[in-house]
Design a protein around this ligand. Sequence first.
Ligand SMILES: [Zn+2]
Length: 408
Amino acid sequence: MSVSPEKVAYSASRVLPDAHAEPMVDASVVVEDGRVVAVTRRAGIPSGYPEVDLGDRWLLPGMIDLHVHLVWDGSAEPLRAMQSESAELTAIRCVQRAHRHLVNGVTTVRDVGGPHRMVLAARSAIEDGVASGARVLAAGSPIVMTGGHGHEMGVIADGVDGVRWAVRSMLAEHVDLIKVMAGGGVFPRGERLDSVQLGLDELTAAVTEAHNNGRRVAAHAHGLRAIKNSIVAGVDTIEHSCFLDAEAAALAKENDQVIVPTLVAFHRYVELGTENGLPAHPVEKAGRALTGGFEAVGHARAAGVPVGAGTDAGGRGKPHGCLAAELELLVKAGLTPREALAAATTVAASACGRDDLGALRAGAAADLIATEADPTADIGALTRIDTVIAGGTPVVRDGRPVLGTVGG
Ligand SMILES: [Zn+2]
């Protein structure tokens, strides 16, 4: 079917305007020019808006994945795969991967690091309607100390002046946010999970430069010292946050910070294990990160720190579009299904500073998904999204891609 996004009303038996709202029965989302005009009872659809009935379904806002790497393919060796092809081909693949997210109900992704030209080209292609894909908010190249986590694709910076220059060089490329590496990571052999990389003075300089220019800062931090440095420096989101303790959670709450635990990233390492060819050291580190991550979610929840949903999609063993698996893990870690849904919608939107995303209200982007089962009772419903509408245009209907959108 072809539907004009100019004027249309999507109806369903249940509409959930946001994660914590009461569902509206027999309701409709009225859309004009890709934006929501109103959420209303079906009887209240204004004239001039043709109705598309999605039937006995839950209709809710499109989801946001706060932590992806579009330049990577999710294979066992994503970095090698990227380095074996041209930058131009990787940029095209970035678009295809953003489309994978979209057909899985993720209508916005926050890309937190990759060689910046490729990701920014994909962002523009999607924004300009050249190709169909999840909206991309991009950090560009991450800011990394010499030899630090992700230095293969980062802007290398040491010292306050170096970091200031690096952040400005990314701002000059019109990135949407800044990503900094505050500590070590799981995969590189020589890196320790508890290591500190960019220090407090360097992180503070990055935050000042970014905030001076209206951009938010995401900090990669596993170990407690890296987490605390990030919190004190005033970053906006703490990525991975595995060893967050009660004291750090209380500090993050005071500073209005969000954690993005990326449990699925560690879970996949543990699940794949050495029997699938992974070296022993990342499997062992991921096991500790996963145990820590479950506890970190508990500390955050107890302190009232918002938990945002991110997957590290593109990293080893993490396919693009796997956000629903993260939401299931967040529920196992103690969030209610509604809180997990908020992690991927309202919390994620506010972490991105985008009040036009994550909820259905007048003026919001008309990004909608639908499921047959009730996601507020069973978060697993989000593994079976059968309808996706992006900017008012159907991309998936009844589980099938709509013709005319790019396949992925
Ligand atoms: Zn990552």
